[in-house]
Write a protein that binds this ligand. Sequence first.
Ligand code: ZN
Length: 241
Amino acid sequence: MWKRGIIAALCVVAFLGAAVVQARPPASRPAGKASLAGVRITLDPGHGGSDPGTHGKVTGIYEKDITLPVALKAKALLEAKGAIVTLTRTTDRDVYGPLATAPQELQARVNIAVQHHADLFVSLHANACADTKVGGFTSYYFPQSARGKALAQALQNRLVQTANRPDRGIQPAGFYVLKYSPMPAALVEMLFLSNPQEEALLRQKPFQDKLANALALGIEDYVHPPARPQPGRKGATRTTL
Ligand SMILES: [Zn+2]
């Protein structure tokens, strides 16, 4: 979550967005370690420094302290596949500076992706809702971005496989980093810290690693879309990033 003011709105979106997404068939992609060779990626661990994000209702753990380890692990996994990865932050810090305005802070994150010449941008978050029973995964994309939508769907497909939690599907949204990133971008809300069951999951290092692996696999699926059974067509094709 970016700001408390939009929590209620996102909860509504979460309710309306509840949907079952069919799992994709097994991925077909180039074998070996270099399946993402040369692909430039920027990961954005949401919040940091003076902005903790939302927090768990049971332990008080901050969203910023979950997004960072997931992003660091995902970076390592993506680099093992040959990707060139940068993070908007690698420590508990503000990117623009302490107590910046939201546009200043968020543009600073977009700027890092631009300077990195990123082919794609993924912002990592955990959600919150006043109703502590609400839970699940949601991935967002900017409505005018077909590639962003494909990226969000690829990430969502993999995230929902990490835990038996609701699949709230993908949703269009005008979040700053989605709107102003010139490259395909997605924002993932990895469960709800307001849900005690999901808070417990999110605090576990092995589960954080599962999330990171799902993000890496989702990016791989986006770059090399899994083959779909079509008459007269075999194998996967590389998408335009
Ligand atoms: Zn957030």
